[in-house]
Design a binder for this molecule. Structure first.
Ligand code: DC
Length: 227
């Protein structure tokens, strides 16, 4: 079973994707973490983000692995744990630039398909193009969204809890900038995939969103075992 979760940053994709993966014993793949790891490789190499050819070359060479359980997943770049480093604002910005490069996207999509297809019990993948490009025939597609202010509030609270110094205004500005880049890029822009269930999480409790999603998964599991 392949479950695709798409949506803008801060809509709750990671939290809910991990919860679903745990509940149904599926592999969990955070595809944004892969773009972030390749962006980190580019930053480390000191290559300007505008040099699209070199950036793609570095992304092709970088060995990116996601290991461990959904809650304690670690991201390895060339065998070294970079899970914390890829969460900095600089890497987030670089990832959103790097992810506009088609050659980079090709590499990532191939890698994501291979991981999803080889997952024994199925896989939950979350990102921006899962239901539209990576797995257009996914068994279930969700599009999670929320108002920018709600997403910025959540992200700001997370950053504060992690002791990062930032402001709500800066977080909101960053979210708006990334949204703009994600929806306006030429290759695989963020869109609502065909047949996706759209959930606006702005005013919903996490557990209620989870129940909505889990319900669909249960129904599908039941209908496929009933045949
Ligand atoms: O979900 P995230 O914030 O960790 O993603 C980091 C960046 O990668 C984000 O700017 C969008 C991009 N991305 C993408 O283009 N396609 C995906 N499937 C996942 C993420």
């Amino acid at each position: 079973m392949i479950i695709a979760i798409d949506g803008p940053s801060g809509a709750g994709k990671s939290t809910l994707g991990k919860m679903l993966a745990k509940e149904f014993g599926l592999l969990y793949l955070d595809t944004g973490a892969m773009y972030r790891a390749s962006a980190l490789a580019v930053l480390r190499a000191g290559v300007p983000l505008e040099d699209r050819e070199k950036v793609a070359e570095i992304a092709a060479k970088a060995k990116i692995e996601l290991v461990g359980e959904p809650d304690s997943m670690r991201v390895l770049l060339d065998g070294v744990d970079v899970s914390a480093e890829i969460r900095t604002p600089d890497v987030a910005t670089a990832a959103s630039v790097v992810s506009t490069i088609s050659d980079v996207r090709k590499i990532m999509v191939d890698h994501q398909r291979a991981i999803g297809e080889s997952a024994e019990n199925g896989c939950v993948l979350e990102g921006r193009d899962i239901g539209s490009v990576v797995f257009p025939n996914a068994d279930i597609k969700f599009f999670l969204t929320a108002k920018p202010e709600a997403r910025a509030r959540r992200r700001f609270a997370e950053d504060q809890a992690k002791g990062r110094s930032t402001s709500y205004e800066a977080t909101l500005a960053e979210i708006n900038k990334r949204d703009e880049r994600d929806v306006s890029r030429a290759d695989s822009p963020l869109t609502i995939p065909q047949n996706a269930t759209v959930i606006d999480t702005s005013e919903l409790e996490l557990k209620d969103v989870f129940e909505l999603m889990a319900d669909q998964v249960r129904k599908l599991s039941q209908s496929s075992t009933a045949v």
